[in-house]
Design a protein around this ligand. Structure first.
Ligand SMILES: Nc1nc2c(ncn2[C@@H]2O[C@H](COP(=O)(O)OP(=O)(O)OP(=O)(O)O)[C@@H](O)[C@H]2O)c(=O)[nH]1
Ligand SMILES: [Zn+2]
Length: 306
């Protein structure tokens, strides 16, 4: 039988079958995944094959289907091992706000680079639009245009007033979605609006915020009433990004990726090289200065994560 891992406690996995049955499963044998050393072999979002154990209600996982992507968290201790947080994410939603506490553009860009590196389509949700004046809404429209132009859809919502929540619900239908955002932007309020089951929510928050949990593998996806799952993660610090080589960084900026083939040097860093197509586009205003500044900041290793 085939199913989706919706909860993992380290030694037991909850596997949900396409018809909605939930079976507790163990792993049989070793699950080594080529190329990465992780503390946990399987994670929520993994699609697995399993057999029922004879005369029991539990199952045994025998095979992992190929992942389309996965996110990891680096181990807190010094061992180089990483923990897989989740696999097969369809999209990542970053909840941000221009109201207080205002999300910095550096933070947004870092998240987008992370999502690119993980190969997860990202979208931005601008929350707290109820607080905006006309002038604020104009600034928001300009910023949305910057991100939409380079392929990141943006949405305006108010978790407080319920504005556009139905629209977000539609985006989540039948998908596995990662929610992220820094403290205070209203991510919890938004998830509360999306997940009507109160028990699930409190459960979720305590799991992720309990820092003592990192020694045990324990993550869960939450099923949405309209179908689909959400995974809540506190921030990109926890999304231990795969180390990005400096030379690779521009690949994770779509507006640079699409231009760098035209740079004179094929190892162009897009910093001060002659004949750089990226710098030319910057000059002409086709690449946004704030995006380029984020590139430089990440390139130079400055931590702008707030
Ligand atoms: N005006 C307004 N306030 C909001 C909105 N959404 C959330 N808030 C408020 O913003 C504050 C933070 O909301 P939370 O949902 O707790 O934010 P969070 O991002 O989950 O932050 P943590 O709980 O610290 O992780 C609360 O006081 C909310 O009432 C909104 O759409 N409009
Ligand atoms: Zn260049």
């Amino acid at each position: 039988m085939q199913g989706l891992i919706t909860k993992s406690t380290g030694s037991w996995y909850q596997v949900q079958t396409p018809d909605g049955q939930r079976i507790d499963c163990r792993i049989k044998g070793k699950f080594r995944i080529k190329g990465i050393t992780t503390t946990n072999p399987l994670a929520v979002g993994d699609v697995v094959d399993f057999d029922m154990e004879p005369e029991q209600e539990s199952g045994v996982i025998t095979n992992l289907q190929q992942r389309k992507n996965y996110i990891i968290r680096k181990a807190i201790n010094l061992s180089k091992q990483a923990q897989i947080i989740a696999a097969n994410l369809d999209q990542a939603m970053l909840v941000v706000t221009l109201a207080s506490p205002r999300t910095s553009l550096g933070f947004i860009d870092r998240f987008l680079v992370t999502a690119e590196a993980y190969d997860i389509p990202a979208r931005l949700i601008f929350n707290k639009v109820d607080l905006f004046s006309d002038e604020g809404l104009e600034i928001l429209a300009d910023l949305k245009a910057v991100y939409e132009k380079i392929g990141y859809p943006c949405y305006e919502v108010s978790a407080l007033e319920g504005t556009n929540i139905d629209f977000v619900q539609e985006l989540l239908k039948d998908k596995i979605t990662l929610f992220s955002g820094h403290s205070g932007v209203g991510k919890s309020s938004l998830i509360n609006a999306l997940l009507p089951d109160l028990d699930l929510r409190t459960h979720m928050v305590s799991e992720w915020s309990d820092k003592g949990m990192h020694t045990t593998t324990f993550a869960e996806m939450f099923e949405l009433p309209q179908g689909g799952f959400i995974i809540d993660t506190p921030g990109i610090r926890e999304l231990g990004v795969i180390d990005i080589e400096k030379a690779e960084l521009s690949h994770f900026f779509p507006e640079m990726r699409s231009r760098m083939n035209q740079c004179r040097f094929n190892n162009c860093r897009h910093i001060n090289e002659p004949g750089c197509a990226v710098l030319e586009a910057l000059e002409e205003g086709e690449i946004e200065l704030s995006r380029y500044e984020s590139y430089l900041s990440i390139y130079n290793g400055n931590d702008t994560r707030s």
